[in-house]
Write a protein that binds this ligand. Sequence first.
Ligand SMILES: Nc1ncnc2c1ncn2[C@@H]1O[C@H](COP(=O)(O)OP(=O)(O)O)[C@@H](O)[C@H]1O
Ligand SMILES: NC(=O)OP(=O)(O)O
Length: 320
Amino acid sequence: MEKLAIVAIGGNSLIEDPADPGIARQWDAARRTCRNIAEMIADGWHVIVTHGNGPQVGYIVRRGEIAAREGIHDVPLDLVVADTQGSIGYMLSQALDNSLRRLGMNRTVASVVTQVRVDPDDPAFQNPTKPIGAFMTEEEARKYADQGWDVMEDAGRGWRRVVASPKPLAIQEINAIQALMLSGYVVVACGGGGVPVVRNEYGSLRGVYAVIDKDRSSALLAQTLRADLLIISTGVEKVCLDYNTPHQRDLDTITMQEAVQYMQEGHFAKGSMLPKIEAAVDFVQTGGPRAIITNPANLRRALHGETGTHIVPGFGGGAD
Ligand SMILES: Nc1ncnc2c1ncn2[C@@H]1O[C@H](COP(=O)(O)OP(=O)(O)O)[C@@H](O)[C@H]1O
Ligand SMILES: NC(=O)OP(=O)(O)O
């Protein structure tokens, strides 16, 4: 039986260069990432790919706001998240198909529009923390804040617009995702964390204004399907302590207890690295054997234990 890995691809890692976020560069990043995932599949892993959408969702919302000045109708955020599942899911499906073929593998990639249920009373609705769209200067951010945006500094990289990011509770299409995976399809699911939905008092689903963190949804998916591995592919090869300071040092293998301690000490930025560590801890705490955080270029080396930050249930080595 092949082992199952959930590979979560960061929305920023698909942009790579915030100064040039155009579609050609996004294709380059998707192709490079998928080459590494295809190699994992060729190595014998069963893979479900999830992906972020923070930058992309923000660009689409912004386009909508600009178009509204010309009288074009507004698009609610749940639909924008669904749009990104289509566009990014399409890019990943095509790039993965091409990479798999180059390795002599003929596997169909199926991208599932995924709804993820959240609690309508989640306190996150009152406290937006999910960065979306472009990076701005503080001055630009304050100007937009005056126009009603919520804004936040993002991990030393600049300021960004933020929206609510409620906790994912259940994946609506989980049975379909599992059935496709068991039938041998390479599945792309939970894009952008999933379209956030709630059930009303009659049991009907409806979308809500939020962007779920894809790291948390990926952990939920990994837990629900009892995956053997959760890999979070992002912009850094390793997670660091004292990130962006002269005392910065890499983390190799750490236990979940160490990860919790570093979280409490404030080493991981809200809205960027913190949700990844939380997701890794959640997965390992509920029986997951290992979570790895690394960048796309190092996926394969990280799988062989040569790099990346590994979060494990047992005892680890801590910082370098
Ligand atoms: N302690 C840390 N160690 C490493 N990177 C960190 C840390 N804290 C914040 N970061 C930043 O978080 C980024 C990953 O978050 P983000 O770009 O939001 O993720 P995604 O790739 O999922 O879009 C890294 O590229 C880095 O800039
Ligand atoms: N939805 C989400 O978590 O996107 P990012 O990975 O781009 O932050």
